[in-house]
Design a protein around this ligand. Structure first.
Ligand code: MN
Length: 253
């Protein structure tokens, strides 16, 4: 089995090393990953300048582009054969609720399914791991078990990516795996007004506090209760229920 691993935290991120360690027992791993931090770049594509892959060894590449560029380049140009799965992560931080709309980690998996390859995004819901990378090492073994199960499903759901969040607990304390739906999250205080060195106002987006809401089968509830969360996502953002009941809002012209 051929597995393409990428991420949005950059090729040096510890999470990517842990993903490779978790994936290697399952097949031949190729890594094509951004050369620097690309978090929150979503599904962006580099169109206005070339991207340059640099070989770091057998089946290892860094690219001066986005996660989407990496998947496209890997499949169209760098890998001699198409991968059977795209694995993206392990992201340093959760990707739940509306996070998936900003996430480069999830977007790499979206790119995978948009070119017809089953894809899985994996995030560690433990905040910034640079403080404590050992928690992530602990997730390798349970992640291998879960990935082994998912890649050998008799029918991996078509046109679907699986968005996995790992709970911030030690491997032994993971209570199980739950299939979930996206919850809702609200950031507050996430724009900070500051001054540049010349005293002019600037704003820095990030930080603040997060509040979660959603039904009991939401992703964040699973994480809160110590479960691995697996949310199936698809790319069709059509609101089918609204379309099925147009009389509630639409008048024929
Ligand atoms: Mn990231």
């Amino acid at each position: 089995m051929r597995l393409l691993c990428t991420n949005d935290d950059g090729i040096l991120a510890h999470g990517l090393q842990c993903l490779v360690a978790a994936a290697e027992p399952l097949g031949e791993v190729t890594v094509v990953a951004p050369d620097r931090e690309q978090s929150a770049t979503s599904h962006s594509l580099t169109l206005h300048h070339p991207v340059r892959p640099i070989s770091l060894g057998e089946r290892r590449w860094q690219v001066d582009g986005t996660p989407t560029d990496c998947v496209m380049l890997a499949v169209e140009a760098l890998m001699p054969e198409r991968p059977d799965f795209v694995l993206s992560g392990i992201n340093h931080g959760q990707n739940m609720g509306e996070d998936v709309l900003y996430s480069g980690t999830v977007a790499a998996a979206m790119e995978g399914i948009s070119i017809g390859i089953p894809s899985i995004a994996i995030s560690f819901a433990g905040g910034d791991l640079r403080a404590d990378v050992s928690m992530l090492d602990d997730q390798i073994e349970p992640l291998t078990r879960l990935l082994r199960h998912l890649v050998s499903l008799p029918a991996f759901p078509p046109d679907t990516l699986l968005n996995i969040n790992l709970p911030p607990v030690s491997g032994d304390d993971i209570r199980g795996v739950r299939l979930t739906r996206l919850g809702r999250r609200v950031y507050s205080g996430s724009i900070k007004r500051m001054q540049d060195p010349w005293g002019r106002p600037i704003y820095w987006i990030g930080g603040g506090s997060i509040e979660w809401s959603g039904p009991p089968n939401s992703d964040f509830r699973a994480i809160e209760e110590g479960f691995i969360s697996v949310t199936p996502l698809h790319l069709d953002v059509t609101h089918h229920a609204i379309l099925d009941a147009p009389e509630s809002w639409w008048q024929e012209q």
